[in-house]
Write a protein that binds this ligand. Sequence first.
Ligand SMILES: [Zn+2]
Length: 106
Amino acid sequence: MGDCMNFPKDWAVFLEDYSFRDHKEFYTNGARLIPTFRVEQMMHHYLQKAKEDSVVVVHGRWEPWAIQPNGFIGSYCCTACKKVSITASDYCPNCGAKMDGGNEDG
Ligand SMILES: [Zn+2]
């Protein structure tokens, strides 16, 4: 606490900033060392950031595409990428959009 942490954009720079060489390099052969609590801080910060960055989810809907005379829907069109799929799954197999309900009769 009270530690003014600096998290650069690139986590590799964080490692560079907070690691050090031991004085005698007896056990390390010159490899850089970093305290485990710094690794914990780094993991917490960058994983949290990655989570926040990945929150943007593309949403789409399946629209009936090939409706046969008997009302059977032969395929569906993704509203996000406009590709046609034969199944109305939870996610578009082409663009990965998350499909918002609406496949059941409402
Ligand atoms: Zn799609």
